[in-house]
Write a protein that binds this ligand. Structure first.
Ligand code: ADP
Ligand code: MG
Length: 631
């Protein structure tokens, strides 16, 4: 074994994170202890799991625990565990680098603005480096269970660290914090125990400290050599609900989710029946950085009879609920359950189905009883939940009820309209839920397709999220009412139109035949069809897709994503009441009529966010028409 000391540099991101953390978390510095205890507890979980297959890893020291001590003279606080420990390579990769996905985008978002940064770091999680909030030197000595070599890592948190091989009799990790000037209040029995109880009571193994045995003359606690557990030391989810405080639920969340902010809501239940299990599942209050990252590592933790088995991102929760964090503890699964077994397991399917119901129930409860919280949830995770409409057939109806949209009836841009709200406001005779998809809210709101709906006072949902095309491609009806795009198919207002309307429309169509012919002749292959419409009140023309064709918006999205799409030709609808169309109808000069027709088509394409194939010719034509106007 070489005792040579190596000096290594931190990954750039670590340096940035360290600086930022010390700076922005100082006002809440006690959390360093929570983070280090949380890691020690994870290390115990990992040992318990690896020890199932290799009991020799316990090295005749089977009682897992965490120990905290302080030394007034040396001005140090020590946190030690007899968990799994780390090998040399693990120290380098876990402590010298940040493996979390999303790290890069995290740093790209930093501005140097103090307040904003403090909020961002909360989303990122803090972890081991929080030790440097209170320490100007950290010495970590660790030996991985079953290995002979131990390694000591030491750093002042300023860009580099040293590594050397050392002897360590007990397995596990010991962290010594050399306190900064001014942090002496931590060298106090009462203070440290208070912090442990406040943030780490839920930790399932004992956190031991020396027992107080009286007071000295100057009022300080005198400690004996006897140890006591400072925390309750039982897995939080196994306790009964009535014995758990709100704060304890919140602190436990921070531990399981590696999050820094309080959760939005949680569901805790013991389920009996074909499968017996306990679930404690949380909805975070903020979306993590890696919500859309395929490499993301966090999910729900699976325990079997209190033994941590694995953290899973795929099997325990469906993709559209990937933001859920927490614990599922099964009473029935075998302890040797592997990822492969998990993939196939019918028992897991049943547990997952049950947990999905719990989460949906929790969201339903929020939406009806705590609308503000639900709005906060929707803002962070609404887009992800929407994926569920296409993904989870069994729960489609329930998910559809949870959706929120902006509509033409909305005051602002907040998505607060549910499908049930919409149906409640439907006009007499209306039998469809109308919607429009567009790139932006402005484009949706001002679309010519909405004109007739505005005139009749019929509400239209304005869908502008990328995922909305996926939603409308999977959700065809809600509560017996069909969802209908206002930009597809011939206008059919059903009973919203009376017989007189229909008769008038027929006459207009008849009368418009010549102008329709004219436009069709001018546009030729560009369109599938030209027809007169009652859809428009202000605009001269608009484009509509076929009832079963892809919407123009989806086609553009797919093209932008580099996909080859066989677009289908649109139908041009013209408004026979519009002066321009009337002018076109009366235009004797064939070339001029063709120009006008082309401009109508190009404008309609632009109005719905499309791209002209030949913009220069469009400009030329417009200029020509403008000159004629001013002549
Ligand atoms: P996180 O806990 O979110 O993974 P941390 O910064 O807290 O991030 O810890 C980084 C990693 O360092 C942990 O994932 C773990 O692999 C390792 N680690 C930290 N503390 C310990 C410990 N006491 N025992 C074993 N491994 C540890
Ligand atoms: Mg941690």
């Amino acid at each position: 074994m070489s005792a040579q000391k190596e000096t290594l540099g931190f990954q750039t991101e670590v340096k940035q994170l360290l600086k930022l953390m010390i700076h922005s978390l100082y006002s809440n510095k006690e959390i360093f202890l929570r983070e280090l205890i949380s890691n020690a507890s994870d290390a115990a979980d990992k040992l318990r799991f690896e020890g199932l297959a290799k009991p020799e890893l316990f090295e005749n020291d089977p009682e897992l625990k965490i120990r905290i001590a302080f030394d007034k003279d040396a001005r140090t606080v020590t946190i030690a565990d007899n968990g799994i420990g780390m090998s040399r390579d693990e120290v380098v990769s876990h402590i010298g680098t940040i493996a979390k996905s999303g790290t890069k985008s995290f740093f790209e978002q930093l501005s140097g603005d103090e307040k904003k940064d403090a909020h961002l770091i909360g989303q990122f999680g803090v972890g081991f480096y929080s030790a440097f909030i209170v320490a100007d030197k950290v010495t970590l000595t660790t030996r991985r269970a079953g290995e002979a070599e131990a390694v000591r890592w030491e750093s002042q948190g300023e860009g580099e660290y040293t590594l050397e091989s050392v002897e360590k009799a007990e397995r596990g990790t010991e962290i010594v914090l050399h306190l900064k000037e001014g942090e002496d209040e931590l060298l106090n029995d009462w203070k440290l125990k208070g912090i442990v109880r406040k943030y780490s009571d839920h930790i399932s193994i004992p956190i031991e400290m020396k027992k107080g045995s009286g007071y000295s003359e100057d009022g300080e606690v005198v400690v004996s050599d006897e140890l006591e557990a400072v925390n309750s030391a039982s897995a939080l989810w196994t306790r009964s609900k009535s014995d758990i405080t709100e704060e304890q639920y919140q602190e436990f969340y921070k531990h399981v989710a590696h999050d820094f902010t309080d959760p939005l809501a949680w569901s805790h239940a013991r389920v009996e029946g074909r499968q017996e299990y306990t679930e404690l599942l949380y909805i975070p209050s903020r979306a993590p950085f890696d919500l859309y990252d395929r490499e993301r590592k966090q999910g729900v933790k699976l325990y079997v009879r209190r033994v941590f088995i694995m953290e899973d991102t795929e099997k325990l929760m469906p993709h559209y609920l990937r933001f859920v964090r927490g614990v599922i503890d099964s009473n029935d699964l075998p302890l040797n359950v592997s990822r492969e077994i998990l993939q196939e397991s019918k028992d897991i399917d049943a547990i997952r189905a049950g947990c999905v119901k719990k989460v949906l129930g929790l969201l339903e409860d929020l939406s009806s009883n705590q609308p503000e919280k639900y709005a906060a949830f929707w803002k962070e995770f609404g887009q992800v939940l929407k994926e569920g409409v296409g993904e989870d057939h069994a729960n489609k109806e329930r998910i559809a009820k949870l959706l929120r949209f902006v509509s033409t009836a909305s005051e602002g841009a907040e998505p607060t309209v549910s499908l049930a709200d919409y149906i409640g406001r439907m006009k007499e005779g209306q039998d469809k839920i109308y919607y429009i998809t567009a790139d932006t809210l402005a484009a949706a709101k001002n679309s010519p397709h909405l004109e007739v709906f505005k005139k009749k006072g019929v509400e239209v949902l304005l869908l502008t999220d990328r995922v909305d095309e996926w939603v409308t491609g999977s959700l065809f009806e809600f509560d017996g009412k069909a969802l209908q795009s206002v930009a597809k198919g011939a206008l059919d207002l059903g009973a919203l139109e009376d017989e007189a309307d229909k008769e008038a429309q027929k006459q207009v169509e008849e009368a418009s035949k010549p102008v329709v012919e004219k436009v069709l002749k001018a546009l030729g292959e560009q369109v599938k069809e030209v027809r007169a419409t009652a859809r428009l009140t202000e605009s001269p023309a608009c484009l509509v897709a076929g009832e079963h064709d892809m919407s123009a918006h989806l086609e553009r999205m797919l093209k932008a994503a580099g996909q080859k799409v066989e677009g289908s030709k649109p139908t041009l609808e013209i408004n026979p009441e519009h002066v321009l169309v009337k002018k076109l109808a009366g235009e004797a000069d064939e070339a001029r009529a063709a120009d006008l027709a082309q401009v109508l088509y190009d404008q309609a394409l632009l109005a719905e966010g499309g791209k002209l194939e030949d913009p220069a010719s469009f400009v030329k034509r417009i200029n020509k028409l403008m000159l004629e106007l001013s002549a």
